[in-house]
Design a binder for this molecule. Structure first.
Ligand SMILES: *Cc1c(COP(=O)(O)O)cnc(C)c1O
Length: 401
């Protein structure tokens, strides 16, 4: 996407705006499937929560992907996008037994991560095949909010509880058809991932009727030049080899599953916003844009450093800016960042805005959520309208006062 195209999209659809590139999503999907090409049965389930627009889900369906969902609403979006129930896995945490039963009725693969729920579910529905989410207690992940494998984590069934898990399965006669782990986002070290996989293989030996082993996700993507990223090709080579060996040991070909979100959509997304004002203070120069953490919360929530470029003046001399929003509390996107000279009215482009950006947007400060555009077959197409004042009032009930 060149700057001219991007500026034209802003002209046509307004700002601020999210723009996604379908070709980039497709090439990341293919990169992952190619890295695991030596595995006989591979399943990639796109993690819907990263970017849940129905047109994006339809794109994944066309690529042959499955879906990883964490709520019944995501399951319903997936079905509406044309996915078959058997191509969807539901991996909730802390939801009610009622919701799990409702998803079961939709024909979707259930993944349970709690022994109490497992016992209740197995007692009532012994014939429904269930996957179990194991916590291998391996520290992975770039930020404490996204590391989910540690001992204090609320996710998964601890490997130390396997004896009780086995007793529940035996007592209820339920059928365990899958084993799963997801140890957190931003895995840097392949060896740590492989180590956790060994724990999963060891656990898998306890179950005779497995169909798949799901290794979750957490692949790290680069945010700036020089950033470390998960080496997917190396992981693919090493894990595929171990997985194939395990299948031989196990005596049956199993499916190797992954459920990436960020890896598949992060780089495909850009966020564009206009500079409302340039404000010089005693200590810095602020570039104030027509957005805030209501549209893109990752810098404030996770400390993520999105690359920012001035597409209106890409050849301007570089100066230092703090890029901030219009929310009435601190909403800093970048501190002291070198950017090509910014003038009021310029359009700034945030990179890596595909994952956990629009999907975490809100109406805070009663602002509208942005529009979303997908470039599909070289053509920019609106996939979500910008909100209007009616949307802000929608569902509010005015009483007589
Ligand atoms: C969020 C989540 C993912 C996706 O993680 P990424 O870091 O975006 O790849 C996968 N599986 C589960 C269970 C999740 O909660």
């Amino acid at each position: 996407m060149n700057n001219k195209t991007l500026l034209q999209i802003v002209k046509d659809f307004g700002n601020p705006i999210y723009i996604y590139d379908a070709d980039t999503i497709a090439s990341q999907y293919k990169r992952l499937t190619k890295a695991f090409g030596k595995v006989k049965q591979l399943r990639v389930n796109y993690a819907v929560k990263a970017l849940s627009n129905i047109s994006i889900l339809k794109l994944f369906n066309s690529l042959g992907s499955g879906l990883d969902t964490v709520s019944i609403q995501e399951v319903r979006l997936g079905l509406k996008a044309g996915f078959k129930p058997e191509d969807i896995i539901y991996t909730p945490n802390g939801v009610s037994l009622e919701e799990i039963e409702a998803v079961t009725k939709l024909g979707v693969q259930i993944n349970i991560d709690n022994l109490s729920i497992l016992e209740q579910f197995g007692t009532k529905h012994p014939n429904v095949p269930v996957c179990i989410r194991i916590n291998p207690h391996v520290m992975a992940g770039g930020n404490t909010n996204i590391s989910v494998g540690h001992i204090d984590s609320k996710f998964g069934i601890s490997i130390h509880q396997i004896p009780l898990l086995l007793r529940i399965v035996e007592n209820t006669k339920m059928n365990i058809n899958g084993i799963h782990m997801h140890t957190g986002s931003d895995i840097l070290d392949i060896d740590v991932f492989l180590y956790a996989s060994e724990i999963l293989f060891e656990t898998a030996k306890n179950f005779k009727d497995l169909e798949f082993i799901d290794f979750g996700s957490g692949f790290k993507v680069p945010y700036r030049a020089g950033d470390i990223e998960t080496n997917i090709e190396e992981l693919g080579q090493k894990l595929s080899k171990r997985f194939n060996e395990f299948c031989t040991e196990y005596g049956r070909d199993l499916t190797l599953a992954f459920e990436p979100g960020k890896f598949l959509v992060s780089e495909a997304g850009l966020f564009l916003a206009k500079v409302n004002a340039v404000k010089q203070t005693t200590s810095t120069v602020f570039a104030q844009i027509d957005s805030g953490f209501n549209h893109l919360i990752r810098p404030m929530l996770y400390g993520s450093q999105h690359e920012i470029i001035n597409i209106s003046n890409p050849k301007g001399r570089e100066r230092f800016y703090s890029v901030v929003g219009y929310i009435c509390e601190t909403d800093t996107f970048a501190n002291n960042r070198r950017i090509n000279e910014i003038n009021e009215g310029d359009i700034l482009c945030f990179k890596n805005a595909g994952a956990y950006c629009y999907s975490m947007a809100s109406n805070y400060n009663s602002r509208y959520r942005p529009a979303e555009v997908l470039i599909y077959k070289s053509k920019p197409q609106l996939i979500r309208k910008r909100e209007t004042f009616e949307d802000i009032l929608n569902n509010q009930v005015e009483i007589t006062i």
